[in-house]
Design a protein around this ligand. Structure first.
Ligand code: NAD
Length: 248
């Protein structure tokens, strides 16, 4: 699987799945723009062959439009940024809902709107371009307790993905959604540590994975590279589950 000759932008690439994906894309030969809201987290990427960094807050529409003007020639876009709100609908106040909506789905609408014209130009000249949107198994794929805002917004990511895929399928711009199971990342560790009983919380996260273990970021990155590469040239509009069998 190669990404040689491709230019790919990854959001939320400062740590976790985004960081691992940026590194994997660079290793597969892509020129990668690794972006994150947190400039400090990006410093570990500087000097990595094939990677350039940019600070990008995906909730800042002016910053998105400015970056799209600076980087008009992407072949691939991985919209990875997102946040977990913990709680049922009874714990979901308007501020938390707006925050989840803004970061998990409105940001992707704005990223796609800004970068699709350039991606379409590349699709026309090179024969392919690809968008990957981060969803989750906790979406329209499956309901989970305490995941109202998360499940609703990640389901919207799948709807957005299918709509974009349908609009541009004849122009060789593909769009897919990635739906991971529970992945061991700094965000997950934060949720575990914030629980009243962190040891039990970790056991509970593992228990919901039928393979009896959490995913590592390395369980996901081959699929990220595949979906951004021409090896997946006949795959579009799909929600691709990498969930260790959770939704069997
Ligand atoms: P993480 O916390 O480990 O990393 C998230 C990154 O997002 C951080 O570097 C952070 O600085 C960045 N970020 C936060 N707000 C941002 C903003 N406004 N603009 C740009 N960057 C911002 O998280 P993770 O667990 O790797 O999750 C990444 C994505 O994967 C999220 O969309 C999440 O919903 C999704 N996901 C995670 C899991 C899991 O179990 N970890 C499962 C399914 C889906």
């Amino acid at each position: 699987m190669t990404l040689r000759g491709k230019t790919i932008l990854v959001t939320a690439a400062g740590q976790g799945i985004g960081a691992a994906s940026a590194l994997a894309c660079a290793k597969a030969g892509a020129k990668v723009y690794a972006t994150d809201v947190n400039a400090d987290l990006l410093t570990k990427m500087s000097g990595v062959e094939g990677i350039e960094t940019r600070v990008l807050d995906v909730t800042d529409v002016a910053a998105i439009d400015a970056l799209a003007a600076e980087l008009p020639d992407l072949d691939g876009l991985f919209n990875c940024a997102g946040v977990v709100h913990h709680g049922s609908i009874l714990e979901l106040d308007d501020a938390a809902w707006e925050f989840s909506l803004n970061l998990n789905i409105t940001s992707m609408v704005r990223m796609c709107r800004a970068f699709v014209p350039g991606l379409l130009r590349r699709a026309e000249s090179e024969g392919s371009a690809s968008i990957l949107n981060m969803s989750s198994m906790a979406s329209s794929e499956k309901g989970f307790v305490q995941r109202t805002a998360y499940g609703a917004t990640k389901a919207a990511v799948i709807g957005l993905t299918k709509a974009i895929a349908a609009d541009f399928v004849a122009q060789n711009l593909r769009c897919n959604a990635l739906c991971p199971g529970t992945v061991d990342t700094p965000a997950l560790q934060g949720r575990i540590n914030a629980a009243p009983d962190p040891v039990q919380a970790e056991k509970d996260f593992i228990a919901r994975q039928p393979m009896g273990r959490l995913a590592t970021v390395d369980d996901l990155t081959p699929t990220v590279v595949h979906l951004l590469s021409d090896g997946s040239s006949f795959i579009t509009g799909q929600s691709v589950l990498v969930d260790g069998g959770c939704t069997i």
